[in-house]
Ligand binder design. Structure first.
Ligand code: SF4
Length: 242
């Protein structure tokens, strides 16, 4: 059994990176199914969620979004005009509410001042230029900017997070301590430029990170990638998912 698993890992290691990435995607999709990201009613709500979700669990974000919705502030102009004190009180469930209220207001003002509040106009800008602009806004880092581009704009930009760097480092596809840009470059060079694929792939990686690939004590025996993973802890009783 062990030899078979070693051979499987060896064969996988010889696959071109693009095939290996698609093999991993297929395994994750079969194991976890469609993730239906991003849960929101409008692209603007996706953006608000992407800003609020920094460093907090999603259920806290849902409570903050619900407060904003009830106050009629899930609208660019209304949000831009709201006072920071009002926003702080409404987004309090999402934690770091001083900083997050400021970030939301900055983004809403940018959207209104630069694009007349029109997200379609914003997303029709060439993606590299728009990404640079978003990264220039207060409190918008690469993961948030790319989540906005992919999940609100439907643009083919791969989103990376700590789960991605950890799991794909263990899988031998990223060096340990790889930067956001290195990780993103690896996916975008080797996968077809397909926003639906990028959408589902990132969501599946988050599920992998939450369910199996924890920072300490990963649950490799339950992982759908166990036999492909040189950094995993192999459970000899486990059978390959195919
Ligand atoms: S086998 Fe273990 S280390 Fe490898 S991806 Fe799965 S959970 Fe992470």
């Amino acid at each position: 059994m062990k030899d078979e698993m070693t051979r499987a890992a060896g064969a996988a290691a010889e696959e071109p990176i693009s095939e290996k990435l698609m093999h991993i995607y297929d395994r994750l999709f079969r194991a976890f199914g469609p993730q239906h990201w991003w849960p929101a009613e409008t692209p603007f709500e996706v953006i608000v969620g992407a800003i609020l979700t920094q460093a907090v669990s999603w259920k806290n974000v849902v409570a903050a979004i619900s407060n904003l919705k009830d106050a009629g502030l899930l609208d660019p102009r209304a949000l831009a005009a709201a006072s920071e004190e009002t926003l702080k009180a409404l987004v309090r469930p999402a934690g770091y509410y001083n900083a997050k209220a400021k970030k939301l207001r900055c983004f809403a003002r940018y959207l209104v001042d630069r694009w007349g509040g029109d997200l379609e106009a914003m997303f029709s800008t060439p993606v590299r230029r728009l990404r640079e602009e978003l990264l220039g806004l207060h409190g918008i880092g690469p993961e948030t900017a790319d989540s906005i581009l992919l999940y609100a704009g439907g643009l083919p930009v791969f989103v990376v997070d700590a789960y991605t760097i950890r799991a794909f480092g263990r899988l031998g596809l990223l060096r340990s301590g790889a930067s956001y840009e290195e990780a993103q470059g690896m996916f975008m060079r080797h996968l077809p430029e397909d926003s639906a694929l990028f959408n589902e792939y990132h969501a599946l990686i988050v599920e992998l990170g939450k369910s199996c690939c924890a920072k300490r004590s990963p649950r490799c025996g339950a992982c759908p990638l166990g036999d492909l993973c040189p950094g995993g802890v192999t459970d000899p009783l486990r059978t390959s998912p195919g």
